[in-house]
Each structure stands twice: as structure tokens, then as C-alpha cells.
Design a protein around this ligand. Structure first.
Ligand code: WT7
Length: 652
């Protein structure tokens, strides 16, 4: 039985501050505070040491870091393969028969699957040969549109093995979203499934995949049989996974990739209607995936690491696939919903497998909190020794509830700040060092540096807030660009404060003099809806494609559980009559174009949107309206009367 985390009220302002126990410090990979100062003395040497120690390189690099703003390279000319590092080196050791992936299906009457490192290695080699057989060559992009089944990691690692960057698309995204991404990535092969289970129902995925493959460069679609549903297979284009695998040879040499070769592209939302393809490289990304998994979560051989994020998001890429596997650890994945068949499914899983590290999002914690503690009390959660949080700021109530009810007061909460662009965590407390402070993520990971600027680019003082930036040397896992769009890369990240400070689009406050940072949320028009990243412009695009919509504006409204939800203000075309049915149809329009995660919470039909005299929509006013804040001065508007009408409609 572990002793409780000591919690100390030594803070002058009486804020809650938790420190690791002696036992945690003893176990932790890092427990000496000096790691921060040592790494800061020579961050490039620090990372070079990490890359050398954590990974096996086919050939050493010639230069560790080159910075030509706004571009940087790591481990230049080094040769490495991410799949080799995740598999081959482990099967030469006792880890050969260790569980690499544990998979829990949603239907309770179906069998779990456990893939040992050797099982995974064999399947990855075979699937790599399948891809080669379909004509995939080094450098070609492969689309992956799979649910949470082990084939998703098998497909990713097979791509990594042959040097074909994968582009995983979240399975709850619509067929149209998939198509846009496949078009941009110019993929020739798509890996998908017939369907999957969600809340007890078989969900059809193949129909969406067909929409996604239409009018693109996709020539082959590989289909995993998951539900056994009757799906249409297009002759010559579609192939069953199991049939190709049965014939595939077992041996496949890993391609020696250049450290800077892309490992994958992952699309994420920016402020425009078009998602951007974030490029991650091989050597730098593998280095941070390895070390952040190990140090942040204090990952050891005996751990069962459960990151609840879907692989379709960066969290799933790094902490349900590459990070744990590079470490030779055991990664648990679950196919379905947290509340099926009952709301204690997650705790049932924790108990069933003895999960030790549990990493989830604040939105999930707030949802579970609503369901009540009794559901947790029904299960033995004593195996858990470390908790993680990611995706959005965590409020103090949710933090304390998580700490007390899931962690039993024993476990530190590692609140990790990062982004799709950063590839791995950047700001968080380390388990053997602490402190763990509700609502404060922590310090910059050793070897990385952040600052907080005011509007004019001057650093702010302790206790003050501003805009979070990252300084050189940029962490090795940082994005290497936006696919086919270097201008967008420059404009988005390097134009606000110039090309020496990576602009995160997040607000932050220096919490204390030791460099602890509190994150306060996005400062642009990117929403975090139940932890999912979504731009207001994408939702607007989806709505304006509907024939009855003349104009619309979408803003994020605060939500108790989801954090934020989209609210759409819509002006109908002449001749269209407002009705509840039409509102429902517009909501369905967004689901069809983007997917259910982008569903507007509410459609506000109106005759006019508040505009400036030059015709620009005043989003500031709409934001104030949905937040229940005072709207302020409207006299400069072209149509101040529109605001009165909207106030009434939103009930202000
Ligand atoms: C945005 C990035 C990081 C992987 C999952 C999300 C917000 C993320 C935290 C945190 C406060 C957080 C930021 C960031 N965010 N983690 N611990 N505390 N905010 O990746 O979808 O690219 O979203 O999520 O606003 O910019 P993403």
C-alpha cells in the first residue's frame, strides 16, 4: 500500500500544492530537480544524449541541431527506423513474449486480444509486405481510417517500417472529411474496416470510407473485417485485410530512414475552414515520444499504460502507439464507449487488467464525475499509481475529484500541455519531482524553453498572463511543416512574434518563480469540444454548404462537461422559413460534413448578424452573448438593432 501524496499548504497564498512521496521519488526515473538546470545549460547536448540512449540508430547523425529560422532539423543525416525501434530491438530481449498491446472489445461477450511484441512484429512485417504488394513505396502517403482495434497500430508501424508516412483520420470523422484529407495527402492506399462497435451497436465505417476514397488518388482500399457486416467491396480496388495477410511473406527489412524523413502527417484544425497536415519527422519525434512516455508517466516494464485517446488524435499516436512501444511497454486500447454497457466500463477495464497508468481528458473526468462515485466504488482501482490529464485546461473541482476518487489520494496527476504540432508533451510536472498543482500544468520539459509574451512581444512578469511561446532549441518532436503549405506554416506559427518564437495560440500565466505555468486556453478561433480540436470556420463552411443558409457565424460557448461547444448563428436565405425541423437539419448537415464531434449545441436563427460598417461580422459580440457577458459598446456597428434581437434569442 502506497502512502498518500503529502500535500502541503506552504504556499503563501494558501493554494493547493502536492509533492511526491519518498516512495515515488525512489521509483521515478528522474527525481533530481537539477535535471532542469543541467539540460538548460546545453539543451542540444541534452537531447543528443537522449536520442543516443533511448533509440538504436543505424547510422549516427552528423549534426545534432540546425536552425535556419523558421526551420530546424535534428540529428541530421542520422539513419533510423521507428518500427525497428518499437519492435525489432525488443524481440531480441526477454520482451519478445511481453504484451505489447492489450485490446478490449466493446461487446462484453467478445474476447480480448493480447499481442506480444513478437506477435506484433510478425503482423507488422506482413502488413508492410501487403503495402509493398499494393505498390506503396518509401515516401508514399498511406491513409488509415480505422477504429480502435490493434490493426490501427499494425498499419501505422507497417508504414513506418517501409518509410511511407501514414495519415490517420479519426474514425468518427465523416466520409467527406476523410476525402478532403486523402486528397490533400495524395494517398494511393487507404486502410479501413467494415465497422466497429459503439454503445452496443455495429457502426458502418466502410460506407464512409467509400465516400472518402471517391474522386481521390486512392487505388486500393484494404478492409479489416471487424463486425462482419455485409459491406460492398469494389472489385479490383477493395481487398480484405485477412486475405492479403494470409499470403504475405513474413520477412521485411526496416527501411533505414533519414532522421528528418517524415514519419507521419496528421491533420488538425487551424483557424480557417481547411485542416492542415502537420508533418512529424522520424528521429526527433521518436526521441520525444520515447522520453516523455518514460519520464512523464514514470513508465516501467511492469506497467499497464492506458491512454484513453483515440489513435486518430496526436495523443493516441504518441501515447497509445509510438511512446509505449518504443519503450517496450504494454499499451492498452479499448474499442468503445466509456458508458457501455454501464457507466463503470472504464473501471471494469482498469480492474480487469490492473491498469497502473491512466491518461485521459478533463472532459471525460467531468462526465464521470456527474455519473457519481458509486460506480468507481464497485471496482478495485488500487493498481493505478499515476494519473494523467490532457487536451484542455483542467478545473480545480475536476482535478480534486480525479485525485480523490480515481487516484484514491495516492496518485500524482500529471497535467500535460501540448499540441498536435508539438508531437509530445511539453509542459507538465514530472512524477518524481512535482509539484502537482490543480490547474497548473507545470514546468517546461527539460531541454525545452517557453516564455509568456504580452501583445508587443515583451516577456510578462510572474503572476501575469499573456501568450505562450516556445524558444530555440525547439523540442525535437516539433512539427517540421504544414504539408504542401510552407506559407501557412510561417503565417500560423512564426508571424506573430517573428521567426524566433513559436506561437502556440494559447494563453498562459507564470504561476511562480520556478517556472510553473497555468494554461488558460486558446486565444484564436479554435475550439476544444470535449477535448477535440475544431475550428469555428470549419463548422461555418459545413453550414454554408446547406442550400437554405445565406450566412452564418459560429462561436464557442462554455459547457460544463465538454468545456466548449459550437453555437451557430445562422441567417437564412430569402424565402426560407425558420423552424425546429430546419434547425435539426442544419445540425445534421454539420454531422454529415465533418462528423458528430462538431455538432452545434444550438442553432440560433436570426435576421442579421452584428456587423461593422465595413461589413465584418463582430464575433466579439457573439462570443459575449454565448458566454453571458455584457456585450459592451455597439454604437460603431452598422446594425446595432441586430444585437437586441440576438440578446432576446439567447436569453440575455
Ligand atoms: C490544444 C492542442 C495535446 C494533445 C491533445 C490536444 C489545449 C492541450 C492542455 C493542457 C490546457 C491544453 C491547448 C492546445 N491543451 N493540453 N494540459 N492544459 N490546455 O492536441 O488537439 O492539437 O490541441 O489543446 O489549447 O493548444 P490538440
Amino acid at each position: 500500500m502506497q502512502e498518500k501524496v503529502q500535500w502541503v499548504r506552504e504556499d503563501p497564498k494558501n493554494r493547493l500544492v502536492f509533492w511526491p512521496t519518498e516512495e515515488m521519488k525512489k521509483k521515478a526515473w528522474v527525481s533530481d530537480e537539477s535535471i532542469y538546470t543541467k539540460a538548460a545549460e546545453d539543451p542540444v547536448a541534452f537531447w543528443a544524449q537522449r536520442a543516443k540512449e533511448g533509440l538504436e540508430w543505424f547510422e549516427p547523425w552528423k549534426e545534432a541541431y540546425i536552425w535556419k529560422p523558421p526551420f530546424y532539423k535534428w540529428f541530421v543525416d542520422g539513419k533510423i527506423n521507428a518500427a525497428y525501434n518499437s519492435l525489432d530491438r525488443h524481440i531480441k530481449t526477454w520482451r519478445k513474449n511481453k504484451a505489447a498491446i492489450i485490446w478490449e472489445p466493446e461487446p462484453v461477450n467478445q474476447q480480448k486480444r493480447v499481442l506480444t511484441y513478437f506477435d506484433l512484429y510478425r503482423k507488422v512485417c506482413k502488413f508492410a509486405n501487403v503495402l509493398k504488394g499494393l505498390g506503396v513505396e518509401r515516401g508514399d502517403r498511406v491513409g488509415i481510417y480505422l477504429p480502435m482495434i490493434p490493426e490501427v497500430q499494425i498499419a501505422m508501424l507497417a508504414c513506418a517500417r517501409i518509410g511511407a508516412p501514414h495519415s490517420v483520420v479519426f474514425s468518427a470523422f465523416s466520409g467527406e472529411s476523410l476525402r478532403n484529407r486523402m486528397k490533400d495527402a495524395e494517398a494511393n492506399v487507404l486502410v479501413t474496416a467494415d465497422g466497429y462497435y459503439r454503445r452496443g451497436k455495429g457502426i458502418d465505417l466502410k460506407t464512409n470510407a467509400d465516400i472518402g476514397a471517391e474522386n481521390t488518388s486512392i487505388e486500393h482500399v484494404v478492409v479489416v473485417k471487424r463486425t462482419g457486416a455485409d459491406v460492398s467491396m469494389s472489385e479490383g480496388r477493395d481487398h480484405w485485410w485477412h486475405k492479403l495477410m494470409a499470403k504475405a511473406p513474413l520477412h521485411c527489412d526496416p527501411e533505414p530512414m533519414d532522421s528528418e524523413d517524415p514519419l507521419f502527417i496528421l491533420y488538425t484544425s487551424g483557424t480557417t475552414g481547411k485542416p492542415k497536415g502537420i508533418i512529424h519527422d522520424t528521429g526527433g519525434y521518436s526521441t520525444v515520444a520515447y522520453w516523455t512516455s518514460k519520464w512523464d508517466f514514470d513508465l516501467h516494464d511492469e506497467d499497464i499504460f492506458w491512454c484513453t485517446a483515440d489513435i486518430g488524435w496526436i495523443t493516441g499516436h504518441t501515447y497509445a502507439c509510438y511512446g509505449p512501444l518504443l519503450n517496450g511497454a504494454t499499451s492498452l486500447i479499448y474499442e468503445g464507449a466509456p458508458n457501455y454497457p454501464e457507466v463503470d466500463r472504464w473501471w471494469q477495464i482498469v480492474e480487469k487488467y490492473g491498469v497502473t497508468i491512466f491518461y485521459t481528458a478533463p472532459t471525460a473526468i467531468r462526465m464521470i464525475l456527474r455519473w457519481g462515485e458509486e460506480w468507481l466504488k464497485k471496482h478495485d482501482l488500487s493498481s493505478i499509481r499515476l494519473l494523467g490529464s490532457v487536451g484542455e485546461p483542467i478545473n480545480q473541482d475536476a482535478w480534486m475529484w480525479y485525485f480523490k476518487n480515481v487516484g484514491g489520494g495516492r496518485c500524482p496527476i500529471i497535467d500535460t500541455w501540448w499540441q498536435t504540432e508539438t508531437g509530445a508533451t511539453l509542459i507538465n510536472a514530472l512524477p518524481g519531482i512535482g509539484p502537482f498543482i490543480p490547474t497548473v500544468a507545470g514546468r517546461s520539459f527539460p531541454g525545452t524553453k517557453h516564455d509568456i509574451y504580452d501583445e508587443t512581444g515583451n516577456p510578462v512578469e510572474i503572476g501575469e498572463g499573456g501568450y505562450l511561446v516556445q524558444k530555440s532549441p525547439f523540442a525535437p518532436g516539433m512539427l517540421r511543416g504544414v504539408y504542401k503549405d510552407p506559407d501557412r506554416y510561417r503565417a500560423q506559427y512564426w508571424s506573430v512574434y517573428g521567426d524566433e518564437a513559436y506561437y502556440t495560440s494559447d494563453g498562459a500565466i507564470w504561476w511562480d518563480e520556478s517556472g510553473n505555468i497555468r494554461l488558460t486556453g486558446r486565444v484564436d478561433d479554435v475550439m476544444k469540444v470535449a477535448g477535440h480540436r475544431m475550428s469555428t470556420a470549419e463548422v461555418e463552411n459545413a453550414l454554408t454548404q446547406h442550400s437554405s443558409v445565406a450566412e452564418c457565424a459560429v462561436v464557442a460557448a462554455p459547457h460544463d462537461i465538454k468545456g466548449e461547444v459550437p453555437v451557430a448563428f445562422v441567417v437564412l436565405r430569402q424565402g426560407q422559413t425558420p423552424s425546429k425541423d430546419l434547425e435539426a437539419e442544419l445540425i445534421q448537415q454539420v454531422v454529415k460534413v465533418i462528423g458528430p464531434t462538431a455538432k452545434p449545441e444550438r442553432i440560433v436563427l436570426t435576421d442579421a448578424l452584428p456587423k461593422t460598417r465595413s461589413g465584418k461580422i463582430m464575433r466579439r459580440i457573439l462570443k459575449a452573448l454565448v458566454k453571458g457577458e455584457t456585450v459592451g459598446d455597439v454604437t460603431t456597428l452598422m446594425n446595432p438593432e441586430a444585437v437586441e434581437d440576438l440578446k432576446e434569442k439567447v436569453g440575455q
